[in-house]
Design a protein around this ligand. Structure first.
Ligand code: MF3
Ligand code: CO
Length: 249
């Protein structure tokens, strides 16, 4: 069941989203060579707590950390590790879902450690462009398939592949609500987008089509062919004025 949000609920979600975006801005300079993913997670958790934000991954199905940090061929749900250090050129995806005053926001960004070459820059840009194309379709009266198809078109016309094993989702009082928001599909299909619909859009892409496997930690999803994966995510609400991205300030 898709739960539309009223103006008051949207105001709460917006506050959570803006605070979460603020946390991403604060920790971005810390994503540097030599830092461990566990240390990053701990520093980020302090920033969340300082803003009254409660991580929704910590405690979720036994997951122990405030963030998911996925590197290079890791797609999503990378587990912070005190022995895992960032290296020059690493493509790092950081994903955080936080709740405050009863309402959630979900956000992920790509970071590159040190200097990035043109191939890497282009790949990461495809992920962001696909996210933006999806967001543009969060318009009252359109359908979810319009969001999905827009994402898929950007990814595939750039010669990259959509990861089909995971999807975006509705969001509100809970981190995961209906509907599922696929990153591929046909325009003009799926549920109608209504005023107050809140969704987390999160394209996950690989350089080439490949299978996905879960590492022995039970969480980390990786591209089997060892190619790079990118993942970006924003929380978006359909309003009478068009799509409102609450995880950007
Ligand atoms: N933030 C992730 C999402 O976009 C969920 C992380 S929950 C975890 O749905 F437990 F897997 F970390
Ligand atoms: Co999400």
């Amino acid at each position: 069941m898709i739960i539309p949000k009223n103006k008051q609920e949207i105001a709460y979600m917006r506050a959570t989203g803006h605070l979460l975006a603020d946390v991403f801005a604060e920790f971005a300079p810390l994503v540097i060579e030599g830092v461990s993913t566990k240390s990053l997670d701990e520093q980020i958790e302090k920033m969340l707590v300082a803003r009254g934000l409660i991580s929704q991954s910590k405690g979720y199905m036994g997951y122990l950390y405030a963030t998911c940090i996925s590197i290079n061929e890791e797609i999503v749900h990378g587990v912070p590790d005190a022995k895992r250090f960032l290296h020059q050129g690493d493509l790092v995806k950081i994903d955080i879902c936080a709740r405050r005053a009863g309402f959630c926001a979900d956000m992920a960004r790509c970071f590159v450690v040190g200097t990035m070459n043109d191939e890497l820059r282009k790949f990461v840009e495809v992920a962001y462009q696909s996210l933006d194309a999806g967001i543009k379709n969060v318009v009252i009266g359109k359908r979810l398939g319009d969001v999905s198809a827009a994402i898929q078109r950007v990814v595939e016309s750039a010669g990259c592949s959509v990861v089909r094993e995971f999807a975006g989702h509705g969001i509100g009082a809970a981190m995961h609500e209906d509907p599922e928001v696929l990153n591929y599909g046909a325009a003009g299909t799926g549920s109608r987008i209504k005023e107050g619909m809140a969704i987390a859009i999160e394209p996950m892409i690989t350089q080439r089509n490949c299978a996905v496997k879960i590492l022995s930690d039970g969480w980390t999803a990786v591209a089997c062919n060892g190619g790079l994966a990118a993942h970006v995510e924003d929380t978006v609400i359909a309003t009478e004025h068009g799509p409102e991205v609450i995880t950007r300030v």
